[in-house]
Write a protein that binds this ligand. Structure first.
Ligand code: ADP
Ligand code: MG
Ligand code: ZN
Length: 480
């Protein structure tokens, strides 16, 4: 992590756009789908053709409220407004957004380290289309031609605006990661940053220490990975410090992050900033969800990531190690913590369950496939009882997930994974030692590097059926 020189401190506030996981767009019946043939999910409403009228998508409102409740926001009566600006990806020449009366008011998000970040608002709006600039560098300047796809125009968004409470690029990345987990947990969004489902704008300023007034900020647009969030902010803060130390002033502007070059560039300055001329959308009525509606949505919210992490940490026994904490965060993020909970409830050692779920199961599921919790539990019990070795258990798991399920014992049997009894392992150990007298002598005298050599020989002799832990125990015992 880059450090700012001397007593400089950065101040960061994030604006996060998230696409809502609805079947249809915000104001029309067109499909809300990523990756379709360009300009196929369009109609007069989302193309802004004259005479068309918006009809609000109820599901989008429910998902927006889910996000608000998960972020402890005050849910309030809200008003849609027209935000006027001309850009080719915006067919109506205005965007329907919310302005002074957002659906979700003040709330907060707690980072895993306990830092509380204010959420200023989380309002609803529609997404724009997507322009692609051909020729030149891929940016509009110097392009030969620009083409536009309106499939995304009118897709429902919630924009979550944080307070200027973030003090490092690492913390900004953590905020974005936690927000992403929360969005996924609410079911409001799939959180896929690589598909643009979640996009981050970072406002960055610097000041001389925590008591100085806030400095002039720049806004970096459209960061589409957690890594970019962190790198862009680190870079931008350092750029500002160097300018200020050189006696220059920061000009408030919008900047673009160039991931390959690793730097930010001017996109537009404040002088060119739009005057959006907001006014209430005349074609939509104000939105006033009832208390009953809000309570029903609140009651339907599942446990949020922070609570689910705490549940798993408690299962680890005394204290979760740092690597277990990472595994816990990752399984919660992927929504596969339920396997660990099921295994622990069935008496499997929680650290073993966590390791297999965080590594092997997560990997297998991400390649496509499916597995029910009970099957995973049976396999873990087999491994724990020594019916299959760790290596064998991983191989059985890969097959089970690829096949979408099955009987772990039957799979182990077809793969020829028979349980190796202790007597058979003892015989193999003795034979391997007898065949490698010199190496064994050096091992006994303290050459620890030979552990791998002997383990490898035993594994080869048993065709990988020996349990690694039992082999190590047997070697240690014979070494004296
Ligand atoms: P705008 O309406 O121009 O977008 P806002 O006041 O709504 O401006 O702030 C937008 C974002 O900028 C918020 O996330 C806020 O926390 C952040 N922000 C405001 N002032 C600063 C500052 N001096 N340094 C860094 N971030 C800031
Ligand atoms: Mg803004
Ligand atoms: Zn449409």
């Amino acid at each position: 992590m880059a450090e700012l020189p001397d007593d400089w401190e950065m101040v960061v506030g994030l604006e996060v756009h998230t696409e809502l996981a609805t079947a249809t767009k915000l104001f029309c019946g067109c499909a809300n789908a990523f990756g379709g043939e360009p300009n196929t999910n369009v109609c007069p409403v989302c193309l802004g053709l004259p005479g068309s009228l918006p009809v609000l998508n109820e599901k989008a409102v429910e998902l927006a409220i889910r996000i608000g409740l998960a972020l402890h926001c005050q849910i309030a009566p809200s008003v849609f407004a027209r935000k006027n600006y001309f850009y080719p990806d915006q067919p109506k020449d205005y965007q329907i957004s919310q302005y002074d009366k957002p659906i979700n008011g003040i709330g907060h998000l707690d980072l895993p380290d306990g830092t509380r970040v204010l959420v200023e608002r989380a309002h609803m709006e529609e997404d724009t289309g997507k322009t692609t600039h051909l020729g030149g560098t891929g940016r509009i300047h110097g392009a030969d031609e620009s083409i536009v796809d309106y499939n995304r125009a009118g897709v429902p968004l919630v924009e979550i605006v944080s307070g200027p409470d973030i003090r490092s690029a690492e913390q900004a990345r953590r905020y974005a990661a936690e927000l992403r987990s929360i969005l996924i947990a609410t079911g409001a969004s799939d959180g896929r940053m690589e598909e643009g489902s979640m996009r981050v704008d970072a406002n960055v300023s610097v000041r001389r220490g925590p008591d100085a007034p806030f400095g002039t900020r720049c806004e970096i647009k459209n960061l589409n990975s957690l890594r970019s969030v962190q790198r862009a902010i680190d870079h931008e803060a350092l750029r500002q410090v160097m300018l200020l130390e050189d006696g220059q002033a920061i000009v408030q502007e919008t900047r673009h992050w160039d991931e390959d070059a690793g730097r930010t560039q001017t996109l537009r300055s404040k002088e060119e900033a739009y005057d959006y001329r907001y006014f209430p959308e005349p074609d939509l009525v104000p939105l006033a969800p009832s208390d009953e509606q809000i309570d029903a949505i609140r009651a339907s919210l599942p446990a949020m990531p922070a609570e689910r992490r705490r549940t798993l940490v408690a299962l680890m026994g005394e204290q979760a190690t740092e690597s277990q904490a990472d595994q816990i965060a990752s399984v919660v993020d992927q929504g596969i913590d339920r396997y660990v909970i099921a295994a622990a409830a069935a008496g499997v050692a929680a650290p073993l369950a966590l390791a297999r779920v965080a590594n092997e199961l997560a990997g297998a599921l991400s390649d496509g496939g499916h597995l029910d919790e009970d099957t995973m539990v049976v396999l873990l019990q087999m491994e724990e009882a020594g019916e299959v070795s760790a290596t064998q258990s991983k191989a059985v798991l890969a097959d089970l997930v690829a096949d979408g399920g099955g009987d772990p014992r039957a799979v182990a049997k077809t793969k020829g994974f028979e349980q190796m009894d202790a007597g058979a392992l003892d015989a193999v150990l003795d034979a391997v030692i007898a065949e490698n007298r010199d190496a064994w002598q050096r091992y006994v005298e303290g050459d620890d590097k030979l552990t791998g050599f002997f383990t490898g020989k035993v594994m080869a002799a048993t065709k990988g059926q020996a349990d690694g832990k039992a082999v190590n125990a047997g070697l240690r015992q014979r070494r004296g």
